[in-house]
Design a protein around this ligand. Sequence first.
Ligand code: UD1
Length: 419
Amino acid sequence: MDRIVVAGGRRLLGTVDVSGSKNASLALMAAALLGEGETVLRNVPRLRDVDGMLQILSALGAHAGFDPHDPHTVRILADPVDTPEAPYELVRKMRASFMVLGPLVARFGHGKVSEPGGCAIGVRPVDQHLKGLEALGAKTELSRGYVECRADRLRGARVVFDVSTVNGTQNVMMAASLAEGESVLENAAREPEVVELAEFLVRMGARIEGAGTGRIVVEGVPRLRGIEHRVAGDRIEAGTLAAAAVATRGDVLVRGVDPRAMEATLAKLRETGAAIDAADDSFRVRAFEAPRAVDVVTAPYPGFATDMQSQLMAVLTLAQGSSVVTETVFENRFMHVPELLRLGAEIAVAGRSAHVRGVERLSGAPVMATDLRASAGLIVAALAAEGETCVSRVYHIDRGYERIEEKLRGLGASIRREA
Ligand code: UD1
C-alpha cells in the first residue's frame, strides 16, 4: 500500500495550480444523466472519486470516460442508460454517488442505489435526499441495503430541508429540474458547488433561481440537453495549499481558483497573521512568523468549511497560544487528532471541540491517514514538522487530491511516494 514520506521543515515557495473541484465534478457528472446528447466536462481532476463516478455511470449504461486526447476532459452520454441501478461495490466507496438517484428517477422514472458508504466521519444519513425526492412524488423503498425510487413524472413541491445538506440540495434540485411544475427548496445549501450546478443546469435548459441563497426555486422543464462546461478550481485543495504555506512560513501563489469562494478560509488564515492578496482567480499567501492562535467553528457555507478543519488545526498546532476548533457539521471528524499528537501536537478533545495548545515545533513520526480531509491535515503538519513523517493509507488522499506530492515538490517540499 502506498505511503507518502515527507521530510519537513522547508518553507513552501513558488506558484502552484489548483485542479478542478472534486465535489463540483461529482455533482456535474451526476447531472449529465439528465441531459439528452453528450455532456463534456473540462478541468476534471484525475481522482479516485471521479473514476468511481465514471464507473457508476458506466454501470448504469451511460457512455462515460475521460477523453483519450485530453486528460482532464470527461465525456458522458446518458441516452443509453438501461440499468438504473448503482451497485453496492461502487457506491460504498463514495457517498457522492448517491446523487445519481435524483437524476435517474427524474429522467428514467426509476433509480436504485445502494445506501452509501464513504468517509467514516459520522453517521451521514441520506434521509434529507429521500425526503426531498418523496416530496416530488417519488415512491421510495428501502430493502436489502438499497434505496429504490420510482415515479412516472415527478411533480414540483415545496421541500424544507431539516439540515443544510450540499449533496441533498443538489440531488433534489436536479430531480426538480425535470419535474412538472414549480419546486421550492427551503434551507437549501449555499455552497459554491450548488451554485455551479445550478448554472450548469440552467445552461442545459433548466429554470432555476436563487441558488446561493437558502431558497431555490425550480420551474421544471420536460427535457434538458447535454452541454460543455469547465469545472471551477477546487477551493478545498487551494485552502489546503494555503494552510501548508502558512504552516511552513512560506510564500506561495495559488492559481486557478476563485478566492471569493473561500473567503472564510482566507479570513481565518489572515487572522493567524498570514498576508493574503487575492486576485480574480488566484491568491498569494505569505507567512513570516509563527501563526497566532485563533478559534474556529465549522459551519455550512459561507461559514468555515468542515473540509478545511484538519488543515487549519495542523497550522494551529504550531501557533502561539491556545485555539479552540469546534466541529458542528460532522460528528467524529477529529480522527486526525491522535495522529497529530504523534507528531508532538498538544490537543485535547472535549465533545465537538478540540483545544489546541500551540507548540514550538512538531517532529516527524509515522502516522496514518483515516479519511480524506484528515489526511490533508497530516500532510500540512508533516510539511512543517522537523524530520521525516511517513503517512500511510494514502489512498484516502488520492480520493481528493490530484498529484499532491508533485505539486508540493514543485513548491520545494521534500515529499515522495513509496509503494
Ligand atoms: C458535501 C461534500 C463534503 C463536505 C460536506 C459538507 C461532496 C461530494 N461532498 O458532502 O466534502 O464535507 O458537503 O460541506 O460534495 N445530513 C443529514 N441527512 C441527509 C444529508 C446530510 O442529516 O440526508 C447531515 C450530515 O450527516 C451532516 C450534514 O448534514 O451532518 C451536512 O452533510 P452534507 O452537506 O449532506 O454533506 P455531503 O453533501 O454528503
